[in-house]
Design a protein around this ligand. Structure first.
Ligand code: ADP
Ligand code: MG
Length: 688
């Protein structure tokens, strides 16, 4: 008998090794297993004739095994199983499996099988590579209909996961449904147990669609409930009212080396208006990468400091915190404002490195006006003297709970700080209003005037030398380059480029240039030194992992070269690219990839064509195509695994249902299961 809480190793036929592998997928209990949803499905309900197979398509072939044999590959020590399948029209196709020698024990000459998989090609013509197989006893029907495809780790197979799920599927019946019945009815949903069952083992596409819709709705509904509750809580709170210092603000704006764009001015104005009120501001500042959100928020911190109150700025990475510390210190150097830095590894007060104790003290007694830091700010016991403004940069990297914790840092429990969240996640205003129900929205649409669109090229491997020559020329002219790789170290498992390997190679290609590496595992001191040297142009080429993805601002760099670009999502590539093109010089982005599949080529050419985050987000969704679950790679919305952030209708109905429910049941007091689910929901929103 299985329960939701049954440990994975207690399931029949799960040994220590399998359990370990499952744990790599965060699957520890049956419940976890049931919530490990397929990320796409293949339709094998139609049977293809062997004569009709087409390269690159997924097929289900039914036929008789005419030949099956196991052999060793000539070079590598690997087992290969080859089989020849004959269908009822006397057409044949070859199937081949790697490292699964046991298959010859499972299927024998003369067996009728259903083979599902993608058709590829070798020198003999079309073949099936590593298809799923199922023996057929009754020739009329195919046992492989709509087949779920799961995310795997090394050494787990789709078959294993499906088999496990099949064993435990009946435990779904003990899953408590948190969605009130009237909502289920009005939305015409399946119950939660039915939904989970259908997502793993759909009878047909109709049922699958229904299940997906329910799961997508659940995510949106919980998010809505969450933000409506926060909004309601905030309404009754009080905050410090900040007087607008017109003269000083003008002086500051004048001191900048550029003119603010109209959108920056408008947003700053609206923020200053909000700050004047004694009700807490809750505002999201949205603007594409490089649109100049930082300076807009600095105007707010300046006014807060001039009023004698404190501001805090929280960012997702240490590198970004240090960079903000330096640039904001420079921006505000003409004002008598104390700026501090607080990350796990580094603290600065009074422009010097200091101890945790000293800076905590300085924050507490009000000596620091603006404190910039990472998650460390909310993990440590920091108390403010009079916090009036909390700013969260790259807010999509933080969960709702973290936002809340930061706001609760206020010294005086009767006072809530104003909140400004900033993000480059591109979503249309109408949707932002719904998704972030608790936030008011300002959008910076316009890019600074001096910007030239970045020229993006997907570069073929045989043109690599030309790309390097180009980089050499740019650097000779005084510019700098980023090179981004997916890994830090070389890896045996993943065939992707690593920072260390590329660094070694570039040293040979550019023996006279200064090249450095950057990644998350370096010590804070080393990171800081490297970023500082790069900023001062003491380094020509910076080879980095994705740590430079968000926020980093080096206006003198004009080249972004990305290795194995197919390993990153479109939104992420767009963020990387946003690291260049921040100054007046023409900038370039070079994308390398060994993967020549059509899909990858399409994605890279979308980047060549579009420079705007919103356009790319739409293409990203379109390219995933029908049958794939939307949210999985929706960067910036970790809470949405199933929901599509462009699904206006569903978002609207989730919002309506949430608002209605709260009207009748403001504190969810009669809905304990829902309340529990919402608490868990808040806790689980991810932490980087
Ligand atoms: P993001 O919105 O991505 O956070 P940043 O605030 O880092 O962008 O700004 C990107 C770069 O543009 C910075 O170097 C900043 O100094 C510069 N910048 C900001 N506003 C303007 C402007 N109005 N004109 C020219 N450059 C600007
Ligand atoms: Mg930024």
């Amino acid at each position: 008998m299985y329960y939701l809480t049954t440990k994975i190793e207690d399931i029949n036929r799960v040994g220590v090794t399998t359990a370990k592998r499952l744990k790599l997928l965060n699957i520890k209990t049956i419940q976890d297993l049931l919530y490990h949803f397929p990320f796409r499905y293949e339709d094998y309900s139609q049977i293809t004739d062997i004569k009709d197979v087409q390269i690159g398509t997924s097929v289900n072939i039914i036929g008789q095994i005419e030949l099956i044999q196991k052999k060793r590959s000539p070079h590598k020590k690997m087992y290969i199983v080859e089989a020849l399948i004959l269908d009822s029209n006397d057409n044949k196709i070859k199937a081949i499996w790697f490292n699964q020698p046991f298959i010859v024990k499972n299927i024998k000459i003369g067996d009728t099988v259903s083979l599902t998989g993608k058709i590829s090609q070798d020198y003999t013509g079309p073949i099936l590579k590593s298809p799923n197989y199922e023996k057929i006893y009754n020739k009329q029907t195919s046992p492989q209909g709509i087949t779920p495809i799961y995310h795997l780790t090394a050494n787990l197979t789709q078959k294993q996961i499906s088999y496990l799920i099949k064993q435990v599927i009946d435990t779904v019946n003990s899953i408590e449904d948190f969605l009130p019945e009237n909502i289920q009815k009005s939305q015409n949903f399946l119950s939660l147990p039915e939904t989970i069952k259908a997502i793993h083992r759909p009878k047909d596409f109709n049922e699958l669609e229904k299940a997906r819709k329910r799961l997508a709705f659940d995510e949106l509904f919980l998010t809505q409930l969450q933000s409506q509750i926060i909004k309601k809580d905030l309404k009754s709170n009080t905050s410090h009212s900040i007087t607008f210092s017109e003269k000083e603000t003008k002086k500051f704006v004048k001191s900048l080396p550029f003119k603010l764009t109209d959108d920056q001015k408008k947003s700053a104005w609206v923020i200053l208006k909000d700050l004047e009120k004694s009700k807490p501001m809750s505002r999201l500042l949205e603007g594409d990468v490089g649109s100049g959100k930082t300076i807009t928020s600095v105007i707010a911190t300046l006014n807060v400091a001039l009023n004698g109150y404190q501001s805090v700025i929280m960012v997702p990475t240490e590198i970004l915190a240090i960079q903000h510390y330096e640039s904001i210190s420079k921006d505000l150097k003409d004002f008598n404002i104390e700026i501090g830095l607080f990350t796990r590894n580094k603290k600065i007060y009074n422009q010097q490195s200091t101890t945790k104790k000293k800076i905590t003290e300085a924050i507490k007694n009000g000596a620091v006006d603006i404190i910039i830091g990472t998650h460390a700010l909310i993990q440590e016991t920091i108390n403010f003297k009079n916090l009036a403004l909390a700013i969260i940069d790259e807010q999509h990297r933080f969960g709702v709970e973290q936002r809340k914790t930061l706001i609760n840092k206020s010294d005086n429990k009767n006072i809530t700080p104003h909140l400004l969240s900033m993000t480059a996640t591109p979503i249309p205003r109408s949707l932002a209003l719904v998704i972030y129900g608790d936030l008011d929205i300002s959008i910076i649409k316009e890019m600074p005037k001096n910007r030239k669109p970045i020229i993006t090229n997907a570069v073929k491997e045989n043109k690599r030398k030309e790309a390097y020559d180009f980089i050499r020329k740019e650097i000779k002219n005084g510019q700098q380059a980023f090179v981004v790789c997916p890994l830090i170290d070389e890896s045996e498992k993943l065939e992707a480029k690593s920072v260390k390997e590329v660094f070694e190679r570039l040293k040979k290609v550019f023996p006279s240039l200064k090249i450095a590496i950057l990644h998350g595992k370096l010590k804070a001191k080393e990171k800081e030194k490297t970023m500082d040297d790069f900023l001062k142009n003491k380094i020509n080429i910076l080879v980095s992992t994705s740590v430079i993805e968000v926020g980093i601002d080096i206006p003198n760099s004009t080249i972004m070269l990305i290795e194995d670009a197919d390993r990153f999502g479109l939104a992420q590539l767009h963020q990387f690219r946003g690291r260049v093109g921040r100054g007046k010089h023409q900038s370039y982005c070079f994308l390398f990839s060994d993967n020549n599949s059509e899909k990858v080529r399409e994605r890279l050419s979308a980047l060549e064509k579009y420079n705007n985050g919103l356009d790319l987000a739409k293409i990203d969704l379109k390219q995933r195509g029908p049958g794939e679950v939307y949210g999985i790679n929706q960067k910036g919305f970790p809470e949405f695994k199933m929901a599509n952030i462009f699904d206006h209708l569903l978002i609207k109905s989730a919002q309506d249902e949430a608002i209605n429910l709260l009207k009748l049941n403001p504190n969810l007091e009669n809905l304990p299961i829902l309340k529990k689910r919402l608490d868990n929901w808040n806790k689980n929103i991810h932490l980087e």
